[in-house]
Design a protein around this ligand. Sequence first.
Ligand code: UD1
Ligand code: MG
Length: 451
Amino acid sequence: MSTALVILAAGKGTRMNSDLPKVLHPIAHAPMLEHALSAGRALTPERTIVVAGHGADYVRAMMAEIDEDAEIVVQEEQLGTAHAVAETRDALSDFDGDIVVLYGDTPFVSAETLQRMLAARQSADLVVLGFTATDPARYGRLLMDGNSLERIVEYKDATEAEREIDFCNSGLMAGNAAQMFALIDQVDSANASGEYYLTDLVELARADGLQVTAVSCDEAETLGINSRADLAEADRVFQQRKRADLMADGVTLMDPETVYLAFDTVIGRDTIIEPNVVFGPEVTVESGVFIRSFSHFEGCHISRGSKVGPYARLRPGAELAENTHIGNFVEIKNAEIAEGAKVNHLSYIGDASVGAETNIGAGTITCNYDGVMKHRTEIGARAFIGSNTMLVAPVRIGDEAMTATGAVVTKSVEDGALAIARAEQKNKPGRARKLMDMLRAKKARLSKGAE
Ligand code: UD1
Ligand code: MG
C-alpha cells in the first residue's frame, strides 16, 4: 500500500512570540518539522505534502533543504484541521493509497508507532493515534467502545463526563485517501470553535458503516510545542533520548546531562566523551576517539583514535584523519589534518592542510584572511612548525621542513628547509642591572616630591 504523508503546519504558533513559523523552530539544530518528517520517512512515503500557512515562504525554503521532493500546499486561511487536509486534495488527485496525517508541531512520534498505525489499517478503515494523558487538559477525548473508536469530542464541545476521559487524541490519523476526502466533504463547522474538525471524520465514518479504531502510544511521543518553554522541554527530551541511544551504541558519556547533541550527530563505538561538550550540526566522530571537556564542534569529522580537547573548537570543514591530537584552545576551520598530526596548544588553523605526522607548535596561526579574501596554507608531512609561527597565506611549507620559533612566514619553504624569520637577538652585558637602578632612583625621586 502506498503512503502519502500530510503534515499540518499552517498554524501561527502565537505563543512562540516569533517572526519564524512555529514548525521551523529548531530542536537540537533541526527544525521541528524535520523531526516530524524523519519518523514519517520510515514509512517510505510515495508523497510528502506539507500544509503551510503562516510563514509559508519560509516553510517552502526550509523544506527545499530538508526534502526536495516534498510538496508545499498553502492553506491561506486556517479554518481547521479538516480544512487543512482538504487543501491537499488537488495535489493528491492521482494518489490512491493511504494518507497519514502528522502535525508539524508534534515532532517526537516514533517510526514504530506510525508502523503500528498502518498495521491497524489492515482491519480498520480509519486509525487514530491516541495516548493516555497524565493531564488531559484541552486535548480531544477518544470515546471508545471496546476496540472501536466511536467519536472524538473536542474539549470545548465536551460534557463534564466526557472531560473525565483521559484517553486523548494526538491528532495523527491514517486512512484511505479517497475515503478520507469523501468524509471531509461532509464535515461542517457547527461546533464551539466554528472550525472544520478533522476529528469529525470518526463519527462520519461510523455513520457510513466504516471501521474506526485507535492505536495507543506513549504520551512522550505526542509532546506538542506551543511555547518557547515547550520548545526547551522538547529539546531536553530529545537530548535524553539521543544520549541514551548513543550509550546503547557503545559511546561513553562520562556526564551525559552535560553533553549537548545535534539531531544528526553520529558517534562511533568506544568513543569517550568527557563532561561539557557541545555538538552543533553535521558532526561525525568515528570510534575510539577521546573528546575532552569544553570542546565545541560543528560541521566536522573526527577519525578513529584521535584525541581532541579540552577546549577545542572544530568549525565547518575541519577534517581530522586518524590518530590526530588537537589540544587546548585550538580552533580549526576548513582544514584537513592528516594522520598522526598534532596541533596541541593555542593555535588557529584555517583554510589549510596539515600533512601526516606534522607537529604544529604552540601559538601557530594561519593568517588566512587579508581583509578581503581568504587564502590557503599548505603544510607538508613530518614538518615541524615552531611555536608562535605566523603563516601568512597563501604559503606552502614543504615535507620535513621547519619554521623557527616566532617566524613570520611570508614565503613558501621548500621540502627539508628551515625558515628563520625574526629579528636577530643582541645581548648587552650589565645593561639590565643599570636600567633597574635608574628606574628605582626615578621612582624614589617621584615619591619624595609627592610628600
Ligand atoms: C487538535 C485536535 C485535538 C487533539 C490535538 C492534539 C482537531 C479538531 N483537534 O486540536 O483533538 O487532541 O490537536 O494536539 O483536530 N493546523 C493547520 N491548519 C488549520 C488548523 C490547524 O495546519 O486550519 C495545524 C496546526 O498548525 C497544528 C495542527 O494542525 O500543527 C493542530 O492544530 P491545533 O490548532 O493545534 O489543534 P488543537 O486545537 O490543538
Ligand atoms: Mg494544538
